[in-house]
Design a protein around this ligand. Structure first.
Ligand SMILES: [Zn+2]
Length: 508
């Protein structure tokens, strides 16, 4: 379906599978309840021991499971409840047309204008976008209210203390780990605000960066990266880390596991799908000969390598929780970016660094604002549905707290909740902090690699192989990382701080 959204057979079988999965809810509940009765601790069965974490988790989470019939009802009602609302929201967003200078554009095209080298295009696109939501805001707000309402109801029915607690349990992560992460993020905000002011100044703004220039290019780059050149670069840099990583990338490329170029009826974006059953991966890119496309390729191959490291694990131990999902990909991005920086001209260095900092700032600052926003929306939703104005106000307040004087306060974005898909998944709320977790953990791992050199590669592979059968805290411990130690997270922030200093020098 991703390779060809019009493939009728694929569409048909996809819906067959979707219905089959929903029909598993009661059997799945029955199996989990049955498993929970056993004493796993006192067994000598190696097969059971190998699945100890998973079985204990099932036992532990059994208290949040309803009876089989209720589970079946919940799963079925979800298809006409939160899932239907999310689809409705997607329809509103994908059919929205935004008018600029008398011409109508789909939202995705308008959002892309934020990257335009033309300042006028960026500003016009932002203003038209913010004004354009009026026709759909009520529908999108209804979807948000319904989905957050369902998340609250289900969390309460299942006996969770809060919606956030459910996400943390599903993430195999302790509250304390999140608290330390958020605390470090909050402490780093002034540093990122400084970056935004530097960028604002470079673009000729006096009162901080207006929202519409957040993704504006600071310099142009002449460097072109055709696919073959991109592949060679990635494979070479991966080899500099380890032969396993380099060989893996080469195999993926040579075996044509990658669907490379954009095509009619092919979905946008990029992803990697690890097929544990085949011990292979498949990749989808929309390669466009830019440096960013090389980074995306490295990112997706990083996901693939994560899957490769899990190949020798049992299938049930090969599924890892959300917060660790972006670690391997970000780690591989870092390898390639650092190498590219080393060999680049001053102009290209500035270009690469700006891209990197723009991404990091999003993942720390915007994610922090999204966490604040979602916490407050869920809290207020307990009293009843929120109005469009209330939602907008909460969003702007969250942005002010996160971006501070880094952004021009007259140009914030009250509608950032509309098209982001992350707010619209009832069974996985707070789909935001995992990004910050992944970025800072990847930076921390890269720091260890810099310190230890080549010998770190084997530890890294081992670390990835454990991600499906331990708590995140224990996975961290396997490479000597204490995820509840502020100093660990701060060290990753300091690495970004060094990049901001270099960015300042290059700008000067
Ligand atoms: Zn990814």
């Amino acid at each position: 379906m991703s390779a060809n959204t019009q493939d009728l057979q694929a569409i048909k079988y996809s819906s067959v599978i979707e219905n089959l999965l929903a029909s598993f809810a009661d059997s799945s509940a029955r199996i989990q309840k049955w498993l929970a009765q056993f004493d796993i601790e006192n067994t000598n069965e190696p097969y059971i021991q190998e699945h100890e974490y998973l079985l204990k988790e099932i036992k532990e989470n059994n208290r949040y499971l309803l009876d089989e019939q209720s589970e079946a009802v919940l799963a079925t009602m979800k298809t006409t409840g939160s899932s239907a609302w999310a689809k409705y929201k997607d329809q509103l967003i994908s059919s929205l047309k935004i008018e600029i200078d008398g011409k109508k554009y789909p939202l995705t095209e308008v959002l892309n204008m934020a990257y335009s080298p033309d300042a006028d295009v960026r500003k016009k696109a932002y203003e038209a976008e913010v004004n354009g939501y009026g026709s759909i805001e009520l529908g999108v707000a209804s979807a948000l209210n319904a989905i957050k309402g369902e998340a609250l109801t289900v969390a309460q029915m299942r006996g969770y203390n809060s919606v956030l607690q459910r996400t943390l349990i599903d993430s195999r992560m302790q509250q304390k780990t999140l608290d330390v992460l958020l605390k470090t993020m909050k402490k780093s905000l002034p540093m990122f605000q400084k970056y935004y002011r530097l960028k604002a100044k470079a673009l000729g703004h006096q009162n901080g960066l207006p929202w519409y220039d957040m993704y504006a290019p600071v310099v142009e780059t002449g460097s072109d990266y055709p696919y073959d050149k991109g592949c060679d670069f990635v494979v070479e840099q991966f080899h500099s880390f380890s032969n396993d990583l380099g060989d893996y990338a080469k195999k993926a490329i040579d075996s044509h596991w990658i669907d490379v170029y954009p095509r009619e009826n092919k979905v946008g974006g990029a992803f990697c799908s690890n097929l544990h059953c085949l011990k292979e991966s498949r990749f989808l890119l929309n390669y466009g000969n830019q440096f960013g496309d090389v980074i995306t390729m490295a990112h997706e191959l990083g996901h693939g390598f994560h899957g490769y490291c899990l190949n020798q694990e049992y299938a049930l131990n090969a599924d890892y929780p959300m917060p660790i999902a972006e670690t391997a990909s970000t780690f591989c991005e870092t390898i390639v970016k650092k190498a590219a920086l080393k060999n680049a001209s001053k102009n290209d260095q500035l270009f690469i660094l700006e891209n990197e900092l723009c991404d990091c700032a999003q993942v720390i600052v915007d994610i922090y604002s999204r966490f604040l926003f979602e916490s407050r929306v869920i809290e207020k939703r307990k009293e009843g549905p929120l109005s469009v104005d209330e939602i907008k106000e909460i969003m702007v307040e969250a942005q002010k707290e996160a971006y501070g004087d880094g952004l021009d306060q007259n140009y914030l974005h009250p509608y950032m909740w509309t098209w982001k898909p992350h707010y619209y998944e009832a069974d996985y709320a707070f789909y935001n902090f995992p990004y910050a977790f992944g970025l800072l953990l990847a930076k921390g791992l890269y720091g260890l690699y810099q310190k230890e050199g080549k010998s770190f590669a084997k530890k890294y592979e081992h670390f990835l192989s454990l991600t499906g059968k331990m708590s995140l805290e224990d996975v961290g411990k396997s490479v000597g990382i204490d995820l509840q130690d502020e100093a660990f997270w701060q060290n990753s922030i300091d690495m970004i701080s060094e990049d901001i200093d270099l960015f300042e020098q290059l700008l000067a």
